[in-house]
Design a protein around this ligand. Structure first.
Ligand code: FAD
Length: 235
């Protein structure tokens, strides 16, 4: 998800560059993935607002990052050498935290497998793994997802400890990306355990060309979620 959400941060950076009159600046994204969430609507938005300022290259085009020299801000890919970059932001390969890996809950460089009905580790049933560290099937890595998974884990724990009634696990997620003032796109869905993994039962994603009113409504929803989740967590 970091992956997805970084795209919103690029937009923010571009907004600042454009505001500062630096329209000849260019942001080049060397993505290790072939596709990314909300790709269609993000790319349409880049073209609309920042034509020519953002270039996204997938791995088939850039052929991998071969080296980065922080002294000269040079990035060498299989396709091109970028010299004298004003700013280079390298996001290393993501994986579950050291504590999870050293506990044997995740393979080297990977994430923790879980039981989709309870969020229990499939390696050790006494450990619950949720959020970015787990393999959550169709759910993206997000704070919204982590919170939804935490509720399933809490229900399972309470059920085991007190014998309280438990319900079939149901998960939900929405990720909003603010592309401009009062202009927000979103992706999300509902999920449940199926065939041994958390599976999407319903999904939605913003489309290019939506009305200003709808995008503004998305932003109000985004703020509403933030207020609700912080109240939910911290009271
Ligand atoms: C730039 C960016 C923007 C994002 N925006 C959004 C957004 O708008 N909406 C959204 O829903 N999600 C967003 N996300 C994703 C969201 O931040 C993560 O999915 C979420 O934080 C995952 O929660 P987590 O508890 O699983 O992991 P984390 O938030 O990473 O928490 C893990 C914690 O464990 C601690 N820790 C690690 N090892 C140990 C140890 N041995 N002992 C004690 N503590 C330890 C770490 O320090 C860390 O605080 C964004 C992510 C990024 C990078």
């Amino acid at each position: 998800m970091g992956e997805v959400l970084e795209k919103s941060r690029f937009l923010e950076l571009n907004r600042i560059l454009k505001k500062a009159g630096k329209t000849d600046a260019k942001i080049i994204i060397l993505d290790p993935k072939e596709t990314f969430s909300k790709q269609g609507v993000f790319q349409a938005d880049w073209e609309k607002r920042y034509a020519g300022m953002i270039e996204w290259l997938g791995p088939k085009v850039h052929d991998g990052i071969k080296s980065v020299d922080p002294k000269t801000n040079t990035v060498v890919t299989g396709f091109e050498t970028y010299k004298d970059c004003a700013f280079v932001n390298v996001i290393p390969a993501q994986m579950a935290g050291e504590i999870a890996r050293s506990a044997g809950l995740a393979p080297a460089g990977g994430y923790c497998a879980i039981d989709a009905a309870t969020m229990k580790s499939t390696v050790d049933a006494n450990v619950f793994v949720l959020g970015d560290a787990c393999i959550a099937g169709d759910m993206p890595k997000s704070a919204f997802s982590a919170n939804s998974q935490a509720k399933v884990a809490a229900m399972a724990i309470r059920g085991e400890l007190t014998g309280a009634r438990t319900f079939p696990a149901r998960y939900v997620n929405t990720c909003w990306s603010l592309v401009d003032t009062d202009d927000t796109i979103k992706v999300g869905g509902r999920y449940e355990p199926k065939d041994g993994k958390i599976t999407a039962t319903e999904t939605f994603v913003s489309q290019p060309g939506e009305s200003d009113a709808l995008r503004k409504e998305n932003q109000a929803e985004n703020m509403g979620w933030y207020a609700a989740i912080t109240a939910d967590m911290f009271g």
